[in-house]
Structure formats: structure tokens, C-alpha cells
Design a protein around this ligand. Structure first.
Ligand code: NAD
Length: 251
């Protein structure tokens, strides 16, 4: 990796980086040269080992993003590892139930992590990125449910559709000030998030049958898109939601 895709000397903050897509993104950004600050509520040691094995600095910041309480502290602790250049809003949750039975608790829990915290974390990091006028990159992890309705996941679909809109709004406000805000929409990947789907033979078969690539995504399939959007190669790209979905949306 080099040139237009080189992230040497950059610092990337990745939320929910202990596992799944967040871990794969953190490792890919580290492979491209970035130091990593991993933010989340779980043990980050596996991701830390993989980042350090690549010779990149790693720091873990413990934070439960279901409320705004840790936001200021996350920025302050992230800064001790160096100027935050890249923020990846990856942490997210899903709750499944029929729309007729869906509870207020499941609505609020998903919206708080997937949308509210993403906005206020982005605001806090953007203030820091704008303070020295060096700009930065914000990458939101959206979903196919940013484009489609889905079934039995009302708050998830609302949050990810909202996140696509928020990505565009922030891009409009900050593009001229040096911050690129974009999103990635992963298709169906093998992570904890899709465990229930993969355990259901009927749903799992329906999904697989619709993926032109013919297989579920491996988290490693996602890292390149994050590196691209974080890199100088994407400096004129603002407000897009980039699907990485094995062709699902093309179908
Ligand atoms: P995952 O469940 O393996 O990972 C979710 C991450 O978010 C974990 O690190 C978890 O600790 C963190 N997290 C959840 N609640 C948190 C909280 N309150 N505070 C701090 N961290 C919290 O699932 P994943 O598939 O790796 O999901 C990562 C992102 O990708 C999510 O935003 C998800 O919606 C999105 N996504 C996943 C898929 C897929 O197929 N797996 C598809 C589309 C979008």
C-alpha cells in the first residue's frame, strides 16, 4: 500500500473494534499505515494484538455508546494517542421483532447507539478536527437497510436509513471545511450481528440465493472500502453511501 492509499502517520478512531466489521476495519486501516484507537464496551485485546503485530500504535478506550455520557472523554482519551484524523462510526446493534409487537425499549436502544451517539460523537470529533483546520475523515457504517425496508427490524431500518441522511447532511456542512463524511453499506457479512439470520435455514437460504457473488461477506472484504474512503484517493468524495454487498443491490 502506498501513494494515494497511504495512511502512514494518520490516527484512526474506530468504534466497536473488538470484533466483526469494526475489527476488520481497524486491521485494514493499520495495514495501510494508520495508528488505531479502538472505542467500545468490550475487551479490545485481540484487535490490539493484530494492530501491534503490524507495527502500528494501538490504544483502547472503554466506552458504552448507548448514552452520550462518554463522548467528551472519548475525544480526550483518543487525543492522547495523537491528533484524530479519521473517525469510523461502526458500533451498532440490532433488535428483531414483528413491527406489531416491537417495544419502545428496543426502539430506543437501537436508535441511541446507531444514530444518536453517532451524531454526537461525529460532532465532538469534527470540532476537534476543525480546531486546527486540518480536517479529517468520518466514515459511518450504514447498511442495506439504508436503502431497503427489511423485515422485523423497524428501529434498525430507521436508524440506518437515518444514518444515510445524516451522512449527507454532515457532508454538506463540512465538505467545504476539510472533513469528508461518507458511509459504507455492508451487505450480509458473517458476524455476531447476523448470527440469528444465519441460524434460520429459511432466511439464510433466501439471502444467499439473492447474493450475486454467491457467498456471505467475510469481514476482510470490507476493509478496502474503509481504507479508500480514509485515504487521499477519496479526497473529492463527500456524502456517498458505498455498498459493499456482493452485488445485492444490483439485483
Ligand atoms: P457485531 O455485533 O459483531 O459488532 C458490533 C460492535 O458494536 C461490537 O464491537 C460491539 O461491542 C459494539 N457495540 C454495540 N453496542 C455498543 C455500545 N453500547 N457501546 C459501545 N460499543 C457497542 O456486528 P458487526 O456486524 O461487526 O456490526 C458492525 C456494524 O456493521 C454495525 O453498525 C452493524 O449495524 C453494521 N452492519 C453489519 C452487517 C453484517 O452483515 N454483519 C451488515 C450491515 C451493517
Amino acid at each position: 500500500m502506498g501513494g494515494a492509499f497511504d495512511l502512514s502517520g494518520r490516527n484512526a478512531v474506530v468504534t466497536g473494534a473488538n470484533t466483526g466489521l469494526g475489527q476488520a476495519i481497524a486491521v485494514a486501516l493499520a495495514e495501510a499505515g494508520a495508528g488505531i484507537v479502538a472505542v467500545g464496551r468490550s475487551d479490545m485485546s485481540e484487535t490490539g494484538d493484530r494492530v501491534r503485530a503490524l507495527g502500528r500504535p494501538f490504544r483502547a478506550v472503554t466506552a458504552d455508546l448507548s448514552s452520550l455520557e462518554p463522548v467528551a472523554r472519548v475525544v480526550a482519551e483518543a487525543e492522547t494517542a495523537g491528533r484524530p484524523d479519521i473517525l469510523v462510526n461502526n458500533a451498532g446493534i440490532i433488535r428483531r421483532a414483528d413491527a406489531l409487537d416491537f417495544s419502545e425499549a428496543d426502539w430506543d436502544a437501537v436508535m441511541d447507539v446507531n444514530l444518536k451517539s453517532v451524531f454526537f460523537l461525529s460532532q465532538a470529533f469534527a470540532r476537534r478536527m476543525l480546531a486546527d483546520e486540518r480536517g479529517g475523515r468520518i466514515i459511518n457504517i450504514a447498511s442495506l437497510l439504508s436503502f431497503q425496508g427489511g423485515i422485523r427490524i423497524p428501529s434498525y431500518t430507521a436508524s440506518k436509513s437515518g444514518l444515510a441522511g445524516l451522512t449527507r447532511l454532515l457532508a454538506c456542512e463540512w465538505a467545504g471545511r476539510g472533513i469528508n463524511v461518507n458511509a459504507i453499506a455492508p451487505g450480509y457479512f458473517i458476524t455476531n450481528n447476523t448470527e440469528a439470520l444465519r441460524a434460520d435455514p429459511e432466511r439464510s437460504g433466501q439471502i444467499l440465493g439473492r447474493i450475486p457473488a454467491g457467498h456471505w461477506g467475510d469481514p476482510r472484504d470490507l476493509g478496502g472500502a474503509a481504507v479508500f474512503l480514509a485515504s487521499p484517493a477519496a479526497s473529492y468524495i463527500h456524502g456517498i453511501v458505498l455498498p459493499v454487498d456482493g452485488g445485492w443491490l444490483a439485483r
